[in-house]
Design a protein around this ligand. Sequence first.
Ligand SMILES: Cc1ncc(COP(=O)(O)O)c(C=O)c1O
Length: 364
Amino acid sequence: LIQTTAYEHGGNIDQVAKRFKLDLRAILDFSSNINPLGIPKPLQEMFLSNLDRLTRYPDPEYRTLRESIARYLNVPPSKIIPGNGASEIIFLLLSTLKPKNLLLCAPTFAEYENAAQAAAVNVRYLTLSEDNEYQLEMTKLIAILEKVDCILLCNPNNPTSTLVAPEELRGLLEQTKRKRVNVIIDESFIELTLAGNRNSMVPWLESYENLFIIRSFTKIFAIPGLRLGYGLGAPQYIEKMNRNKLPWSVNAMASIVGDYLFQSHPFFEKTSQWLVTEKSWLFEELQKIVSVKAFPPQSNFILVKIVSSQLTTTELQNKMAANGVLIRNAANFRSLNEQFFRVAVKDRVSNEHLIRLLRKELGE
Ligand SMILES: Cc1ncc(COP(=O)(O)O)c(C=O)c1O
C-alpha cells in the first residue's frame, strides 16, 4: 500500500511500480505537475549533442546560463543565481536571509517548512480558507505583517492552484517595504498559468529590494530529474547566497537549458494551447462528479476534495494506483486532511482515463 509520510511528494512512480508490480511505462502519473508535452525536442537534441560537456567542470559562476536567463526575463545577470532546482534556492534563501519570523500560507509547498527548520527560522501560518476557495486574503495577510520579518508566498500556490494578481502583490510590496519585511515569491509554476510571465513579479525587482523570486525549469520543460531552478533578488543578497552555496551545484547538462531559452517560444505557444483547453476540460469533468468538489485551477494542477464518499484519500489513491493511475494524496499538506487529493492536468486521452477511473472507484 502507498503510505503517505510527512515528507512525501508526488511523482514517486518507481516505488509505486514496484509495490503494485506495474510496468513503469504504463503508469499514468497525475501526482506530479509536469508539462505533459515532455522535454522540448530541440532541448533533447542539445543534451545529446553536448555530452562532452560532462568531461569538464561547469563555470562556477554560470555566466552564460545567467546571461541567457537575464535575456529571457529582461533582468541584469547580477540579480540571478542558478540552483540545483528551485529547492536549493528555497533552502539557500532562508539560510542567507535568516528571518526571525517567517510567514507561510497553509496549505502550501511543504519544503518551505523544511527549509525554515533547517535554517532555525520560526514559522507563523496564515490558514487559507476553504470557504474562500483558498484564495489569499490580502487584508488578513497585511494584518499579520507586524508579527513577521519575512513572507514566503507560492504563486501560483501548490496545492491549491490559486493565483494572486501582480497588482495585488504590488500593494503588498508597498506595505512590506515600509515595514522592512522581505517578500519571497515562489513562481515555479508561473509559466504554467494562462498569462505566463505576465503574472510574474520579476519586473518589480527593480523597484523593491525586499523582493526575492524563486523560479524553476522543472515543471515547464518536464525535467524534474535534471534539477534546474534559479533565484532572483538584489545583487548584494545574490552575492551573499553565492558565498553560502555549494560549488558547482548546477551540473553542466542542466546549464544547457540556458542555450535553449532563445528558441523556446514555439514550445511556450504549444504549452499554452494545451493548457487553455485541457485545464478547463478537466476542471469541468471533475465538477460533474458529485462525490468530489474541485477547486478552480489557475495552473496545471487541481485540488480536489472528497465530499460524499466512504473513501479516504489514501483508500482512493491505492485503488487508483492498483489500476496504474497515480494521484497526489494531499493529506500531508498542513491544514488539509484525508479528504483531499491533487491531480495534474495532462493530455486529453490521459485526462479522460483519469475521469473514468475516478468515477468507477467513487461508485458513480
Ligand atoms: C511550489 C514549488 N516550488 C518548488 C518546487 C521544487 O522545484 P524543483 O524541482 O525545481 O526543485 C516544487 C516542486 O514540486 C514546487 O511545487
